[in-house]
Design a binder for this molecule. Structure first.
Ligand SMILES: C[S@@+](CC[C@H](N)C(=O)[O-])C[C@H]1O[C@@H](n2cnc3c(N)ncnc32)[C@H](O)[C@@H]1O
Length: 258
């Protein structure tokens, strides 16, 4: 098992509490997609669907939609199955690798992915694979952290070692555009969703990072993390007020069509 899968298997039971910081953004993105790009009776594929929060929003917003959630972490899939139990007749779960998609017939009307693009190893191949799973008038919607936006987050400013890892993994918007052209896809919508992560106190902000909530931390050894975390704590203590910490962040939604 690769270290990302191990990371998410371990994180899965805490994921909702730790990383449920973008619900408004996911809701806004699903609303926009449901209004603009998604018709009534659709089959949606959610890649790297995690514990199923975005999937749940699609199934609530569209009572006729069916959804297949693919993830390679058994722990995350288990959480998703629990979350989506009430939609079990419209939800399927697949343990699989986004980098080796096995669907080769055009079965999906919408392929969606939220906060998972940085696990994709070859962007053009990924979009080409998706293109062969989406039907001719279907849509591909990707909600992701544009590389250029990472440095607006305090975690990145205060934790340079983490920032360096994440900069290498995240894609720039321009790369997504270029890969979409290579895959024969047209970008039909681009929206930025700014949001804030709120922490009542500086200590809760520091504690959040001590729980290694982002997969980039999974690439650091324990010794390296301890050393860099100490540095992070020093910077946070000297730069932040004791209460009401707001961390600016932004996700970008790109919608493509064949
Ligand atoms: C940051 S989480 C996002 C989860 C969900 N989309 C959300 O927005 O709440 C990333 C998810 O991608 C999954 N993942 C990472 N690499 C993957 C891969 N190669 N194939 C399938 N899933 C992968 C992880 O297991 C994790 O559940």
């Amino acid at each position: 098992m690769d270290n990302i899968t191990v990371f998410f298997d371990e994180l899965s039971v805490h994921y909702q509490a730790l990383c449920r910081y973008t619900p408004e953004v996911v809701q806004l993105a699903v609303k926009r997609l449901t209004e603009k790009s998604i018709n009534k009776r659709v089959h949606i594929l959610d890649l790297g669907g995690g514990d199923g929060y975005p999937a749940e929003q699609f199934l609530i917003a569209n009572s006729e939609a069916n959804l297949t959630l693919l993830d390679n972490s058994v722990g995350m899939l288990k959480m998703a199955q629990e979350r989506l139990y009430r939609f079990r007749e419209r939800a399927n779960f697949v343990q699989g690798d986004m980098n080796q998609l096995g669907f080769h017939n055009k079965v999906f009307d919408v392929v969606f992915s939220c906060c998972s693009l940085h696990f994709v190893l070859g962007l053009s191949k990924f979009l080409q694979d998706i293109r062969s799973t989406v039907c001719e008038n279907g849509s591909i919607a990707i909600l992701f952290n544009d590389r250029a936006d990472l440095s607006m987050q305090l975690f990145h400013q205060f934790f340079p070692a983490f920032h360096q890892i994440e900069i290498r993994r995240h894609h720039a918007l321009q790369e997504v555009y270029s890969a979409s052209i290579e895959a024969g896809l047209n970008v039909v919508d681009e929206v930025r969703f700014p949001y804030y992560l709120q922490f009542p106190t500086r200590d809760s902000f520091i504690n959040f990072i001590s729980s290694k909530p982002f997969s980039g931390f999974g690439f650091m050894g324990d010794n390296e993390f301890s050393r860099e975390f100490e540095n992070f704590t020093m910077i946070a203590n000297s730069s932040l007020p004791e209460t009401d910490i707001q961390v600016s962040a932004q996700l970008t939604l790109i919608v493509m069509e064949v």
